[in-house]
Design a protein around this ligand. Structure first.
Ligand code: EPZ
Length: 426
């Protein structure tokens, strides 16, 4: 149970290399279950959630080996091979730690004709049901049964392609069904599909394994199923949420950072929003250069939306940014029903925030003050880190394990850019 101790007031200056994307790597690792041949992945981040997915896959029979070249391991490169699936059950003990475990359901069902996955249960940011995943599998001909806290899915004669119209947009359901449909008989159309860059990256990886997919990145994806997929190699895209977080670290500390490997194309709406706050974000040939355009930031309203809108995974960080901006901003959270857990913690640091339902109104103040605060979920915890970087005095962030789920070597990356941040045992 470590905590982070942050002494604020130092502008972040230097360069940060953006790691591989957690939310692209998780479904892509699950895709390794679709073939008995090997899948080589590069740029896999070293995160708690990635380790959870590795242990889940291992108990399904996946052999995971680091790639070694010239006698040394390639950082972030692994071979995933599952010649034979040894278990089609995703147990509660692993699924309860990480909801994304549900992404093995599609590949297992498609390859083995059956799967049982523990229901993920509740989450700090919302109820997060998986009904869209399950109705989608039923459209592909699977029989779905909920029993004893588990989903039992069966398609002994294989899955059959179909048209699936999502009543609302879901990243996970789009990914799960795209994987299942790649081994179904015939054609599947996913309509009102998610358009996130992570969905596109998964489609690229599946195509490298021989899948036939068109339209990833649009709201209509067409998949022609194959009898089998072959092995392949894929490099995971950089993490746009990590990049957006560090862009806000540069802005909130009035620093100057170059974010290596960050891609402007994944962050267009975020960049536009930051520019309207008074932040300059310039693509370079190595990534993105970020600094304030002129003086104090100005308040700007946002509402979270599915891609290409403002990502909900950057909402908490943006709120931290607005706590010291000039003026009043309104932040509307439209994706998850309970994603303001950071508000009372920011208020402990002197932030002025009023929430009403899905809306938060932030009145910018001159200065935040350091305080002991509690992490509640992944993105809420990093918003407290951003606040701590600009606050007067010391901030102690407890329950850092939330942060470790999605940020690789955060204190090292920020420390190298001048931040005074230290991990200490609680
Ligand atoms: C993915 O979660 C991300 N996780 C989340 O990032 C991200 O916040 C979310 O997409 C939205 O962008 C991963 O990729 C591993 P959804 P996912 O299905 O797939 C409702 C982070 O911080 N819904 O698009 O679970 C759901 O409750 C995490 O890295 C249903 O009602 O999100 C939510 O309100 C947090 N029924 C909305 O749709 C369903 O069957 C969007 O959820 C599925 C979803």
């Amino acid at each position: 149970m470590d905590k982070l101790v942050i002494s604020g007031g130092r502008p972040g200056r230097g360069e940060i290399t953006i790691s591989g994307s957690k939310n692209a790597a998780l479904p892509i690792m699950a895709a390794s279950l679709l073939t008995e041949e090997g899948l080589r992945l590069r740029n896999v981040p070293d995160l708690a959630d990635i380790r959870s997915m590795k242990s889940l896959l291992a108990q399904h029979g996946v052999v995971i080996e680091p790639v070694v070249s010239d006698g040394s391991e390639d950082a972030g490169a692994f071979d995933f091979t599952v010649a034979r699936i040894t278990s089609t059950t995703a147990p509660y003990d692993i699924v309860r730690k990480m909801r994304a475990s549900v992404l093995v359901l599609g590949p297992l069902l498609a390859r083995e004709g059956q799967a049982s996955v523990s229901l993920p249960g509740g989450c700090a940011i919302g109820t997060r049901p998986i009904d869209l995943h399950l109705t989608g599998f039923e459209r592909l001909g699977a029989k779905i049964e909920l029993r004893d806290g588990y989903v039992y899915a069966a398609a002994p004669n294989g899955l059959t392609g179909s048209e699936i119209v999502f009543p609302s947009i879901s990243v996970g359901a789009t990914e799960n069904l795209m994987m299942a449909a790649s081994l179904a008989a015939g054609e599947t159309q996913l309509i009102n599909a998610a358009r996130e860059p992570e969905v596109v990256d998964l489609a690229h990886c599946l195509k490298a394994m021989g899948a036939e997919i068109e339209g990833a990145g649009t709201d209509r994806i067409r998949i022609r199923g194959k009898a089998r997929l072959h092995g392949g190699e894929h490099r995971i895209i950089p993490d746009r949420i990590e990049a957006g977080t560090y862009a806000m670290a540069a802005a909130i500390t009035d620093g100057e950072l170059e974010l290596l490997d960050a891609r402007a194309s994944d962050l267009l709406f975020v960049i536009e929003t930051l520019e309207s706050c008074g932040v300059s974000v310039t693509p370079t040939n190595r990534g993105l250069h970020v600094k304030r355009a002129n003086g104090r930031l100005c308040a700007t309203d946002i509402e979270t939306q599915e891609f290409p809108g403002f990502p909900t995974d950057l909402q908490a960080q943006f709120m931290a940014l607005m706590t010291t901006a000039e003026g009043v901003s309104t932040i509307e959270e439209r994706i998850f029903e309970n994603r303001f857990m950071h508000v009372p913690e920011l208020a402990r640091m002197g932030a002025q925030i009023i929430t009403e339902g899905a809306c938060a109104t932030v009145t910018g103040c001159e200065k935040l003050r350091g305080a002991p605060v509690m992490a509640t979920d992944l993105r809420a915890s990093v918003s407290l880190v951003l606040a701590g970087l600009v606050a007067d005095g010391q901030t102690e962030l407890n329950r850092v394990y939330h942060l470790d789920r999605g940020y690789e070597r955060l204190e090292e990356k920020l420390g190298a850019c001048g931040a005074e941040i230290e991990r200490v045992p609680a």
